[in-house]
Write a protein that binds this ligand. Structure first.
Ligand code: FE2
Length: 600
């Protein structure tokens, strides 16, 4: 049975194809359209999924959309009415979007795909998150926690998964939302909502949690992690341009940070604010997670929703008692809703048995050596093709040791926001200067942002203080998807300075031989020569652009940066070959108000 899952019209439009309960293909539209966080109908992602699955749309049994548009519309209407007249602008803008596009999702999908009405299903937004988390996990029984900005009405859900069924236990409802609380502070600290949350998290270690008490004047947190927000301090439910109010600024003691400063300064006050909201958020997540497990009577937890991308909080959840094992869907945001919606229909609705649905995240498109070679020849780009993979790893590991930064393009692209060694920029983690080189000359991004390490899974304990059980691997799954920030052992921080953040932590990816043998072998070869099984891994893109999808995009990104070498499958291109070629134009996301989209 083929089921196509879709999520779009909010952010990160995506498609996923599930065959007999196994994820065959999944990808975000932005990779194909080259528009960062492309929220539109995922036409190209759908085409890719069908091609990867070797089927046409007529062979798809069901198409499942990841939320219920009419219920969401009801929330927006009622919220706008209850906050009138302040909500006038938000109301006008969201009505335009809804009446012109969003309400017509049903006829839109049916019309575009040419499918009969009976094949189209709708899942609840948070059920899509829960299903992505539970059905892709290795657990038969687990507690499930979802947290994001807002779905239809729900902002957080606690559920239980048993076999092929999910039972909802509790929900938290709009406007009280962990995601929107964090986003409000993202905006207050001068970053873009829905984009800058990682920056806020990266900035936090430069500060102290001095302002927790000020934040707690605006919210209440129950022992079970339930959150109540005093809405006089927040504006996202009625404003198209503001997440927070003047009263919020008065409580915090300073006006919001100028967004124009985004890349340029680390003001100690806002660093302290970042650390304070991080601590508050961690406290909420930990309480919710523990309560979910206690109430379900299990010690295994599944998580999804945008808040589950808070890898600093994630690294603190597994305590070996209340929570022993944890699964987080790698595309924890709304992109993952495409996989979740399809799996929900297959298991919960159609009562089909569980499978090993998603053992890894390499679910995107790929290009063969011959395709790469045809591209390089067509553009007259000189290259060396390595017939023997081992010779390529030999060459690449020597390059790393020589201080070169390389573009590593190999196999299928990764599902979710993280590059996990198939669309990555790689460097030597032992070299302190790599941080500066990659931030300034290659990614063109904020100097304070850390880089992630890729480490051989079997040697991760030598360098990192990982939660969970080293013998059984319990509690360690999220590290495979770069979803844990954990301490680097104190004695090893000087050994891998390029990936050690200012507070001595690292957002590691443990690389398994089973699921990515080539990337594993590259790091292993590097370790054989240096003794260190860790390399620097950052996504293959420049600031503000989606991760590369095709060899041509990889080549252009390589040419526009100061990368030293490009590895396209088994073909290697040197820096001398750089030039800009005519390919899909790199379209940046249009500037504009993100708050309106955040709640609409
Ligand atoms: Fe969501």
């Amino acid at each position: 049975m083929n089921i196509l899952g879709l999520s779009f019209y909010y952010h990160d439009g995506s498609a996923a194809l599930i065959r007999d309960g196994v994820v065959v293909a999944a990808g975000e539209e932005e990779r194909f359209s080259r528009r960062k966080h492309d929220p539109g109908y995922p036409e190209q992602a759908i085409a890719f999924c069908l091609k990867q699955g070797g089927i046409t749309i007529d062979e798809v049994d069901y198409v499942v959309f990841y939320e219920k548009p009419f219920v969401k519309f009801e929330r927006i209407l009622l919220t706008a009415f209850s906050t009138f007249p302040w909500s006038l602008r938000l109301f006008r803008e969201s009505m335009l979007a809804w009446l012109q596009r969003k309400l017509w999702v049903r006829s839109d999908i049916i019309g575009r795909l040419g499918i009969p009405k009976s094949k189209l299903l709708f899942a609840d937004h948070h059920m899509s998150h829960a299903a992505a988390a539970f059905y892709c996990s290795p657990f038969d029984d687990a507690a499930i926690l979802t947290m994001d900005g807002a779905g239809e009405w729900t902002t957080s859900m606690v559920a239980e998964g048993h076999g092929n069924k999910i039972d909802v236990r509790k929900e938290m409802r709009f406007p009280h939302s962990v995601g929107l609380l964090y986003s409000s502070f993202t905006a207050y600290c001068g970053f873009e909502v829905n984009e800058g949350e990682y920056k806020l998290m990266g900035m936090a270690p430069y500060g102290e949690p001095k302002y927790v008490d000020r934040i707690m004047k605006m919210i209440k947190v129950g022992d079970d992690g339930s959150l109540w927000m005093d809405m006089k301090y927040f504006a996202y439910h009625w404003s198209a341009t503001q997440s927070y109010t003047k009263a919020f600024e008065e409580v915090m003691g300073q006006p919001g940070r100028d967004p124009a400063l985004e890349d340029k300064s680390l003001d100690p006050f806002y660093c302290d604010v970042a650390m304070s909201i991080q601590k508050v958020t961690e406290d909420i997540i930990l309480k919710m997670a523990q309560q979910a497990c206690r109430e379900a009577g299990v010690s295994r937890l599944c998580m999804a929703g945008g808040v589950a991308l808070n890898s600093v909080a994630n690294g603190k959840l597994v305590d070996g008692e209340v929570i022993k094992d944890l699964y987080i869907h790698p595309a924890a945001g709304d992109d993952g809703g495409a996989v979740g919606a399809a799996l929900w229909a297959y298991h919960h609705l159609l009562d089909q048995p569980r499978q090993d649905a998603m053992p890894h995240a390499y679910l995107g498109s790929s290009y063969s050596d011959d395709e790469v070679e045809a591209f390089l020849k067509s553009e007259n780009i000189p290259y060396t093709r390595y017939e023997d993979k081992e010779a390529l790893f030999e060459r690449a590991s020597d390059d790393l040791i020589a201080g070169k930064v390389g573009g590593w393009f190999r196999g299928r692209f990764e599902w979710g926001p993280r590059a996990l060694g198939n669309r990555s920029i790689i460097g030597d983690a032992r070299k302190e200067e790599m941080k500066e080189i990659v931030n300034a000359k290659i990614k063109f991004r904020e100097a304070f942002r850390p880089f992630a390490p890729s480490v051989l899974e079997e040697r991760a304990d030598e360098y990192f203080d990982l939660p969970g059980d080293p013998k059984t691997g319990e509690g360690r799954g999220p590290a495979r998807y770069m979803l844990y920030v954990v301490p680097v052992h104190e004695g090893q921080r000087d050994a891998i300075p390029a990936i050690t953040h200012v507070d001595g932590s690292g957002r590691l990816q443990t690389v398994q031989k089973e699921h990515n043998p080539d990337y594993h072998r590259l790091i292993e070869r590097f370790a054989e020569k240096t003794g260190v099984p860790v390399i620097l891994n950052t996504s293959f893109n420049l600031k503000g652009e989606p991760i590369v999808e095709t060899p041509a995009q990889a080549f252009n990104t390589f040419s526009r940066s100061e990368m030293d070498v490009l590895y396209l499958e088994n073909c290697v291109v040197e820096a001398e070959a750089k030039k800009i070629i005519d390919t899909t134009p790199f379209m940046l996301r249009p500037e504009g108000d993100r708050v309106a989209e955040m709640v609409s």
